[in-house]
Design a protein. Structure first.
Length: 270
């Protein structure tokens, strides 16, 4: 059973995403996700933690159908994403931004052009092919570059950027979709500690500013505790913890991660 912690003193918000009995089995009869039931509010940052191989990335990617669920429902704004196909699925994905671990930028394009890729679901194919985006989209891209601190690099090729700069471009590109939900799959795993904090701060700030929920799959427990309103702990494809970061006791961390004592010290550094 999911527990959704109240935000802002317990103010009620209608759910943005409802997951019911979600199962994913890459091999028949061996599920990676075991009938997950979770509800997500329409704002706030949720961190999903757990050991490698427990289904964190699979869960994130089932939501936007980069991974095909075996069974269950994924209700987003009342629409079951698990049943959508073709054009209906493409339209639904426009409302779900995605930040990737390995950035997924088009290396030969400029920073500005990579941001404008976030509008591909909204403009005719011929405009995208000729890179003739509407002036409003270009203006929005420049405004986002300023918000993420990259306005001076608009015409720089993506392959000349540092890892932190690339992730900032990835976040801005996702925001160019004007999403109702932002997903992030290990967005800090390739970054140094200082840059990781900057990236988490940026995502949290943009989520609050735009009033959208963020779901982050993350290995770093300290970052999860520092930035999340809610933490979900997965172990062997099942939810073993769902609550605010302050409720993550040492014993609970050991339960999530299989009794690895080094996690306690890592958590206490926050």
């Amino acid at each position: 059973m999911s527990q959704t912690p109240p935000l802002d003193g317990g103010a009620f918000t209608a759910p943005s995403l409802v997951v019911r009995n979600l199962v994913k089995a890459y091999t028949p009869g061996i599920p990676v996700l075991k009938a997950l039931n979770l509800t997500f509010d329409s704002r706030g940052l949720t961190a999903i933690i757990g050991p490698s191989g427990t289904g964190k990335s699979t869960f994130i990617r089932c939501i936007n159908r980069l991974v095909e669920p075996t069974s269950g429902e994924i209700l987003f704004k009342g629409q079951n994403l698990a049943r959508l196909r073709g054009r209906a699925l493409r339209h639904a994905r426009r409302r779900i931004g995605m930040v990737f671990q390995e950035y997924n930028l088009v290396e030969r394009l400029t920073v500005l052009e990579n941001l404008l890729c976030g509008r591909l679901g909204y403009v005719p194919a011929w405009r995208a092919w000729l890179r003739r985006y509407p002036p409003a989209d270009i203006a929005a891209a420049f405004a986002l570059l300023e918000q993420v601190g990259l306005d001076s690099l608009a015409v720089q090729r993506a392959d000349a950027l540092s890892g932190g700069q690339r992730q900032r471009v990835g976040i801005a590109r996702a925001m160019m979709q004007e999403p109702d939900l932002l997903l992030a799959d290990e967005p800090t795993s390739s970054l140094d500690p200082k840059t990781s904090v900057e990236i988490m701060t940026l995502m949290a700030d943009l989520g609050r500013r735009r009033g959208i929920p963020i779901i982050v799959n993350i290995h770093n427990v300290a970052l999860a505790a520092r930035f999340a309103d809610r933490v979900i702990g997965l172990c062997r494809g099942e939810v073993v913890f769902d609550g605010p970061p302050r409720a993550l006791s040492d014993e609970m961390l050991k339960s999530i991660y299989g009794g690895q004592d080094w996690l306690t010290a890592s958590f206490q550094q926050t």
